[in-house]
Write a protein that binds this ligand. Structure first.
Ligand SMILES: [Zn+2]
Length: 456
């Protein structure tokens, strides 16, 4: 009997061991006893404009049973959210709108406090808990933007100057944007808080509106309209009949140069590729080079009217919309985005303004071409040169000879293709060649802005 009893207790002990091991394994592997704290992620950035909800995600293996969200300031605590959950939730996504009371808060520096508890039986059935805090800055104020001075009018295809004041404690981005989507980036003007930018109305756009867009870190946005008198301008459209001589001459010659036309036998197709695809590629390079604006402080832009070629006679205008016909059928079109000037063969090209050479080399249809930056994102371009005297990165001074005219690239005779660009947009060279225009639209704007700044 005794022996039997001891046998039974040994069996009991063995059984107990099995149960303990089983429980231990269960506690070890099951979610019921998991030891991982809930993972709390606050999606908001440091800056909060009280418009966006507070967005929090909490994940946990065994599921949450409760959470608390509190906004702590120096003086008081604001309960943003609090909940006890009957059924544990493994993934919680909270979007908490700020309570109305917060809008009257004077303090800017606050702390967001989030606590979550899970359903685990670990920790003597208390479960795991996690807390996360995040310092936040409340910023409800929109950036302040005021136009100080701007060119009174702008012409389709032309340029203008805008000077303005912008202030915000946490300014993130600042630019001007025209109705067609083009962005112009200002430079700090004279002192911190003031800005100046040249802007352009692209020749192909019928409509034009300009806004200054300022955005802060908290997402507050200000859109300020810049008033301009708009001068719509009708540019010339011309019909050009292309001849066999042209297709077998200049076009055949160019076709040998370009990758795009290799193996293309059809003469019209070849012309189309050169006039459209190669042109687009060449213009893209020009736009890329001339889109850059310096980041330093600007005090003014002094421009002596451009006069690149002595006794240069205008042979084609800026803005011409050219339609090409072959056997009375329209085959292609393009815009002429510069002013063509011709004088003598290999005429001397001079710059009247100091600047920096940003490109000097071959550019397809434009041939040998230097580009000079004159400041504030204003560039001049000289196409079809027979020779170029300057190198990229070189500084040039007023009066310097930079190149000779020629017929490199897509040119039928010796001439200069003179281009002017404002932050990557081709503009009317005529304006920058006119002393009166420069005085009214650039010099006077700087002067009146200076007066305003000196008074403040
Ligand atoms: Zn031209």
């Amino acid at each position: 009997m005794r022996r039997k009893k001891s046998n039974a207790s040994a069996l009991m002990a063995k059984l107990l061991m099995v149960v303990i091991v089983a429980v231990a394994i269960y506690v070890g592997v099951s979610d019921t006893f998991e030891r991982d704290e809930p993972v709390i992620v606050i999606h908001n950035t440091e800056y909060w404009n009280l418009k966006e909800p507070i967005s929090i995600q909490i994940n946990d293996q065994s599921g949450m049973t409760s959470y608390t969200v509190v906004l702590k300031t120096q003086k008081e605590n604001f309960d943003l959210a609090q909940e006890m959950l009957m059924t544990p939730n493994k993934e919680l996504k909270l979007n908490i709108k700020p309570p109305k009371r917060l809008f009257g808060l004077k303090e800017h520096d606050v702390t967001l406090y989030v606590e979550a508890n899970d359903a685990s039986q670990w920790n003597f059935f208390k479960g795991n808990s996690a807390t996360v805090t995040k310092k936040m800055i409340i910023d409800k104020k929109r950036p302040q933007v005021n136009v100080i001075a701007n060119s009174r009018s702008i012409t389709q295809g032309g340029s203008a100057l805008v000077i303005f004041k912008a202030s915000d404690d946490n300014l993130q981005s600042l630019y001007l944007q025209s109705s067609n989507g083009k962005k112009f980036y200002p430079q700090t003007y004279m002192e911190a808080g003031y800005y100046a930018s040249l802007v352009a109305w692209p020749v192909k756009e019928k409509n034009f509106r300009m806004h200054i867009i300022a955005k802060d870190m908290a997402g507050n946005l200000t859109k300020k309209y810049v008033p301009f008198y708009l001068n719509n301008k009708t540019y010339r459209t011309s019909k050009i009949n292309i001849t066999d001589r042209f297709l077998d001459g200049k076009i055949a010659e160019l076709a040998e140069e370009f990758v795009e036309t290799q193996g293309v036998e059809d003469r019209i197709k070849r012309f189309k590729i050169i006039n459209e695809d190669v042109r687009a590629k060449n213009e893209a390079l020009i736009h890329k080079i001339t889109s850059k604006v310096p980041e330093d402080i600007v005090e003014r832009l002094t421009i002596t009217p451009f006069y690149p070629l002595k006794n240069g006679k205008k042979v084609a205008s800026f803005g011409d919309h050219r339609y090409y016909y072959y056997n009375n059928k329209r085959v292609s079109e393009s815009y002429h985005l510069g002013l063509d000037l011709a004088s003598v063969q290999m005429g001397k090209i001079k710059t009247r303004n100091s600047g920096k050479v940003v490109f000097a080399g071959d550019n397809g249809l434009y041939g040998n071409m230097p580009i000079i930056h004159l400041g504030m994102g204003l560039y001049t371009l000289y196409g079809h040169c027979s020779s170029v005297d300057v190198n990229a990165e070189e500084e040039v001074s007023a009066g310097m000879k930079i190149a000779n005219t020629g017929m490199s690239g897509y040119a039928m005779g010796d001439h200069l293709h003179f281009g002017v660009l404002v932050q990557g947009v081709e503009v009317r060279p005529e304006e920058w060649m006119d002393k009166q225009w420069i005085r009214l639209n650039i010099e006077n704007i700087f002067k009146s802005a200076q007066k305003v700044i000196n008074r403040s």
